[in-house]
Design a protein around this ligand. Structure first.
Ligand code: GAR
Length: 242
């Protein structure tokens, strides 16, 4: 199978004039590094009627023991396990993931605790249509560090995941996450939403992460309320890593 054969299937609008499908079918990519709470936030918002613009088409985990898979099963969502091989096969695995999401007519992919680096063959299909939730502050569009309200430089936490990233905020005054359009460069790309929480003097990673997650859920749902903004941000090239 070659890319050209399947790329015509995709829901992603290719031109300014092309209509964004309504609802947009989304896929949520999860892993066993997280507990699937961002996925749950989407499910809850959907069930409360807050997200008529999207349909959860598929949940994909790279591991069979991801807690988010239980959530998908409980809510009768279609799910699949993507088997990733050795690093040397990353291009093939990335391509296969892109093909399979495309075949399932996915228009937007949400990485919610996804732990695999996806390479060019994936982005050939889903560039500009993949969103990532990251527990760190992506830089400003000019490449300068994002500054917290007290003027301190916010940790980007590029390449770090979950608790390891959150630990970097302890000792500072603020913490936050970014919802952004994912690009081939990990934890980089046009910013869609930022969250901000105060770090309390007696915070642990767990207590701080708990509050950060609540803000992440709200920011992710806000992003999915207006899926057209994802495509707009991607086209505008409001790239955070300059
Ligand atoms: C989220 O906090 C997200 O920011 C983080 O994984 C967590 C998944 O939590 N993403 C990364 O660390 C990516 N660098 P969840 O499984 O409870 O939704």
């Amino acid at each position: 199978m070659v890319l050209g054969e399947t790329s015509a299937l995709r829901q992603i609008p290719r031109r300014e004039t092309e209509e964004i499908p309504n609802p947009v079918r989304i896929a949520v990519l999860i892993s066993n590094k997280g507990t699937g709470t961002n996925l749950q936030a989407i499910i809850d918002a959907k069930e409360q009627g807050r997200l008529p613009q999207i349909e959860i088409g598929l949940v994909i985990s790279d591991a069979p023991d991801a807690k988010g898979l239980e959530r998908a099963k409980k809510h009768r969502l279609a799910y699949d396990i993507a088997r990733f091989g050795k690093l040397a096969h990353r291009d093939e695995d990335s391509q296969e993931l892109g093909f399979s999401l495309n075949l399932q007519r996915i228009g937007v992919v949400v990485m919610a605790g996804w732990s695999r680096i996806l390479t060019r063959p994936y982005f050939e299909t889903f560039e500009g249509a993949t969103v990532n939730v990251h527990p760190g502050m992506l830089p400003n569009p000019d490449g300068s560090p994002f500054l917290f309200p007290d003027g301190t430089e916010a940790p980007w936490n590029k390449g770090l995941m979950t608790e390891k990233a959150v630990a970097n905020f302890l000792g500072g005054k603020y913490a936050g996450s970014t919802v952004h359009v994912a690009t081939i460069d990990a934890d980089s790309g046009p910013v869609l939403e930022r969250t901000l929480v105060e770090v309390l003097p007696d915070d642990s990673v767990d207590s701080l992460y708990d509050r950060m997650k609540r803000e992440e859920w709200a920011a992710l749902v806000r992003t999915l309320e207006e899926p057209e903004k994802i495509f707009e941000a991607a086209k505008s090239g409001n790239d955070s890593d300059g």
